[in-house]
Design a protein. Structure first.
Lengths: 312, 259
């Protein structure tokens, strides 16, 4: 059993097996309060199983976790009351109106009727659904349904929110609205556990990223993940063929790798901020006319493909 | 318990928004009662052209006039239907409340709230049982009033509204209804269509039909003791069915085993 309650989510060796098949293996993770954590992995990697365990919907086979201050498996009813979850499917009652849907869930989350009504009104306004409040949800677009499902997850003002693919299958405008809303939740100090396949979205929203495929392959901030996999680097664009400067760059002891491509030199080095002046001096000393210098950028997709591709 | 009532309230709200289902399900008892009372009344007024059925009559019909026999047969046949209705109605309601919710994938968000699974199950069972039993008992009361009013003699009243039948309606039918709902829960883990669940659960009608034909053939006399005995057996079956339903209606099982 865990003794500390220092983080919004803390897991140690969390494992789940289904009939001998391991879905989640030894997940140890710490997520700071008030941050957005992206949980990335391919289909069938065990992301939804992890969310279900952390939201006390299914029990782990092994391991411990503390979520929103509650030890998993001790008082799961209280834990469920402290977290909000957007499930993979919106799961709304099509015949009921938006207001009736939310009111039902507000009552299940132990809100008194008057408070329930106030919260329902607040979130319908916040997610711009107030004008459609009394219409059956079956008539709503996919984006509206998703927004309503997000509202449902927040009615009881949880400190930890699990969002399972919140922008999947949404049009760009609706997806942007949802992303802005997630940023707003973070600004309110909530902890967001986000699973998504949308890597630019994860890059934009997340403070921390976990790449997961049955087990945690790598964890860190997007910047840390890039640095740990690809190292830091500098891109130098020169006039003329860049290949002729490769031997000069290789003589520099701090350079780990150099590659030339037309006018561009891609230089991998450990500490660009302090080493770039030396690199530029060496190039200019060799007669290079430099057009521009910029840091080497790897996308989160590169990180993901490097990690998941290697384990697929 | 409070959350079971919240679930029950939501179920009834959804039911009210399905007028066709509501009408098709709940209209049956009043309709049968109207036919039963009308038939009972009309048969009691026919004084000629009545002939006895070819099948042997139950011993209790001995010495009755043709009019009495006509009313007694009509009354007996319709009275047995009141034992069937509480099986049919809650099965329909429960199949939409549980299989329907499974099909629409609305159960997971509910299970993610601080509700306990027994509260959710209880809410759904009550939402199906209360209207079914309420409308059936109300219709049965109207039926009894019709029989007492329009019976041509006291003997007809005694043959149709027997203590055994009253015990069966009050004790056995709620238990049959409960078994029906529990069976729907068990079936919910395997089927995705409410109609399939209803069709399979219709198997519960068979023992009641056996009782009907047994009575009409004079093989079975449904006295209070027999009705209570059946009640005890049904209570044991209901307990078993509820146990199975409770085992299958667990958060973990619903999310990982229901297909």
């Amino acid at each position: 059993m865990l003794l500390r309650v220092a983080h919004a989510i803390e897991t140690h060796g969390l494992t789940r097996r289904f009939d001998g098949r391991v879905a989640v293996e030894g997940l140890s993770l710490t997520i700071e309060a008030g941050t957005v954590f992206g949980f990335l992995g391919p289909n069938g990697a065990g992301k939804t199983t992890t969310v279900r365990m952390l939201a006390a919907l299914i029990a782990p086979t092994d391991g411990d976790a503390i979520v929103a201050g509650h030890v998993l498996g001790v008082d799961d009813t209280a834990l469920r009351g402290s977290v909000g979850i957007l499930t993979e499917q919106p799961g709304l009652y099509d015949r009921l109106s938006a207001r009736q849907n939310l009111r039902y869930f507000a009552r299940l989350y132990d809100l008194e009727p008057s408070r329930a009504d106030a919260q329902v009104e607040r979130y319908l306004h916040l997610l711009e659904l107030w004008d459609r409040r009394d219409e059956p949800v079956g008539t709503f677009s996919k984006g509206m349904r998703q927004k309503l499902a997000i509202a449902r997850a927040l009615l009881h003002e949880p400190s930890v929110v699990f969002l399972d693919e919140p922008t999947a299958a949404l049009d760009p405008e609706a997806a942007r609205t949802v992303r802005d809303f997630v940023k707003g939740l973070k600004a309110e100090g909530r902890t967001i556990f986000l699973t998504t396949h949308n890597l630019p979205e994860a890059d934009e929203l997340c403070d921390g990223i976990g790449i997961f495929q049955r087990r945690l392959l790598r964890v860190g901030s997007p910047r840390e993940l890039r640095a740990s996999l690809f190292g830091a680097g500098t891109v130098v664009n020169v006039v003329g063929d860049a290949a002729r400067y490769v031997p000069v760059v290789r003589t520099l002891g701090f350079v780990r790798e150099v590659r030339a491509d037309d006018n561009t030199l891609t230089v991998q080095l450990d500490d660009p901020d302090s080493r770039n002046p030396e690199l530029i001096d060496a190039l200019q000393g060799a007669g290079a006319r430099i057009r521009y210098v910029e840091p080497l950028q790897h996308s989160l997709e590169d990180v993901y493909m490097r990690l998941v591709g290697g384990h697929a | 318990m409070k959350k079971a009532l919240i679930v029950l309230e939501k179920e009834w709200l959804e039911l009210r928004l399905q007028p066709t289902l509501l009408l098709a399900t709940l209209i049956l008892p009043p309709l049968i009662t109207a036919f039963a009372v009308a038939g009972f009344f009309v048969v009691g007024k026919i004084s000629s052209g009545v002939s006895l059925p070819a099948t042997p009559l139950p011993p209790e019909f001995a010495g009755l006039s043709l009019l009495e026999i006509g009313q007694a047969i009509i009354g007996k046949q319709f009275s047995t239907l009141f034992l069937l209705l509480p099986i049919f109605i809650p099965s329909v309601l429960a199949s939409y409340a549980i299989v329907g919710e499974k099909r629409e994938r609305t159960l997971e968000p509910v299970l993610a709230t601080p509700i306990r699974t027994w509260e959710l199950l209880l809410g759904k069972i009550l939402a199906a049982l209360i209207p079914a039993l309420g409308i059936t008992l109300l219709s049965a009361t109207v039926f009894v009033a019709g029989v007492l009013t329009f019976a041509v003699t006291d003997r007809v009243r005694e043959i149709v509204v027997t203590p055994g039948w009253i015990v069966a309606v009050l004790v056995d039918t709620p238990l049959l209804a409960l078994i029906g709902v529990a069976l729907i829960v068990v079936l919910s883990s395997r089927v995705n269509d409410p109609r399939t669940a209803q069709q399979i659960s219709a198997v519960l009608v068979v023992p009641v039909l056996g009782l009907l034909f047994g009575q009409l053939a004079g093989v079975i006399v449904l006295g209070p003791a027999l009705a209570l005995g059946i009640g005890v057996i049904l209570a044991i079956i209901a307990a078993g069915a509820l146990w199975a339903a409770t085992r299958l209606f667990q958060r973990e099982v619903i999310l990982t085993r229901w297909r």
